[in-house]
Ligand binder design. Sequence first.
Ligand SMILES: C[S@@+](CC[C@H](N)C(=O)[O-])C[C@H]1O[C@@H](n2cnc3c(N)ncnc32)[C@H](O)[C@@H]1O
Length: 312
Amino acid sequence: MSGHVPVMLAEVIATLAPRDEATYLDCTFGGGGYARAILDAAPRCTLFALDRDPDAIARGACLVARYAPRLQLIEGRFGDMLVHLAARGVTALDGVVMDLGVSSFQLDEAGRGFSFRADGPLDMRMEKRGPSAADLVNTLPEAELADILFRLGEERFARRIARAIVERRKEKPFTTTGDLAALVRARVPRDPSGIDGATRAFQALRLAVNDELGEIERGLGAAAQLLAPGGRLVVVAFHSLEDRIAKRFMAEAAGRSGGASRHDPGALAARAAPRFRLLTPRALRPSEAEIATNPRARSARLRALERLEQAA
Ligand SMILES: C[S@@+](CC[C@H](N)C(=O)[O-])C[C@H]1O[C@@H](n2cnc3c(N)ncnc32)[C@H](O)[C@@H]1O
């Protein structure tokens, strides 16, 4: 196993700008790359780090020991951060980072069932409990499967794939990633740029199994509630569906959304003064040098927001 190379690490740390005596939350601990860098950047800060994957939490034990008592790992979802932090007496934060999606540990371990490259059980559950990808594929009605593939995978051939899945599962349920990937590849035209035909379907199923977009909505809302004046929220997204949610959320929080019309001055005046400032009017992208050494960084986009000082 190769481990996880943190993406846009230098940009994340420069944007978060960790300070001593401050308290931070890493929503997606993963391999601990961001966590370690935050703890090193401000040697007297405190960091809480969440991950919903029990394996990530177990792997982090040595880091907890190394940085004790400044690092606390919490197994749970960032959508529930308010509850997890309140249970530890934390009601305000100076910064929050979110590095969305899956880690290389999850992708590279065939047994977790995230990858269409290596054959493994059709699982994809970050938490290792609840309904798996196989459960969805083998039980959902055809229309619902097609909707997931279309909405969460932006798959043009969603209906065709869903129909083929439902036909095939009548004879034999899907149990492995290789089995599903082969069926999908046979139903979509070959991509001239070389992208594997199963990519979009696998993304869709992963997002559905883990309710990832719902988690992002809940997590961003909770993070905005927790940020103290001057506190920063930094989000790294890897595909357009994730990034769109972060972009829209931040624009609205900073009062930049097109909500009220200039033809309705009453509505404009009634709009509350923004409590946040956009730190990235345009998303930051990884450098060419980073993409060359870590191809996984290719699609990353970083967006950030700062909570304004309290109005006088
Ligand atoms: C891209 S990796 C993070 C890598 C990390 N920044 C590093 O430098 O090692 C994403 C991690 O977030 C976790 N994760 C994804 N969605 C989550 C959620 N809603 N709540 C908590 N953890 C989540 C995954 O289990 C995975 O370990």
